[in-house]
Design a protein around this ligand. Structure first.
Ligand SMILES: [Zn+2]
Length: 167
């Protein structure tokens, strides 16, 4: 199988020519997402290589899709909408990276080849929530209530003491 995601990109040439790469990649083709994302899903991307208004070499675009992660409250799957804006400043060294404006993350061209999979993986990993959770109260209310009474209700321990007649 020709693995286009793992091929090194000639970033300088892409910038010189002002190329936009658009397409769809499957989560299963991105090794660093295995174990983070529960199942395979398509991720759409558009990455434009070129110079911005200040003449800086940049990669801009979006990464979008819906992935499933494990909800950290109920441990069931939760769908996470990904819609990440990409803004990378392409530089040759750490020193140069420090001079980038704050809205640009550095993409340092060094010894390591830059692969399309790496670029897309980085953006997805940055955009995913650290603690994924359902937006609704996914743990049944009575279970949350029990936990709250034990941990947070300072009067729970006094209950027997203030009403001795209740026995
Ligand atoms: Zn949940």
């Amino acid at each position: 199988m020709f693995d286009q995601w793992q091929q090194p990109l000639d970033v300088r040439a892409l910038i010189r020519q002002g190329i936009t790469l658009k397409g769809e990649v499957q989560v299963a083709e991105l090794p660093r997402l295995q174990g983070v994302v529960l199942r395979d899903a398509p991720i759409r991307f558009g990455l434009s290589f070129g110079k911005n208004d200040e003449g800086l070499a940049v990669v801009t675009g979006q990464v979008q899709g819906t992935v499933e992660m494990t909800c950290q409250r109920c441990l069931e799957a939760v769908a996470i909408e990904l819609d990440a804006e990409v803004g990378l400043g392409v530089v040759e060294s750490e020193e140069e990276a420090k001079r980038l404006p704050p809205e640009l993350d550095p993409l340092i061209l060094g010894e390591e080849p830059v692969r399309l999979a790496d670029l897309i993986e980085d953006e997805i990993l940055l955009a995913l929530p650290v603690v994924p959770m359902h937006a609704h109260a996914c743990v049944p209310a009575h279970r949350e209530h029990e936990g709250m009474e034990k941990a947070d209700n300072p009067f729970a321990a006094l209950r027997g003491l203030v009403k001795p007649s209740a026995h």
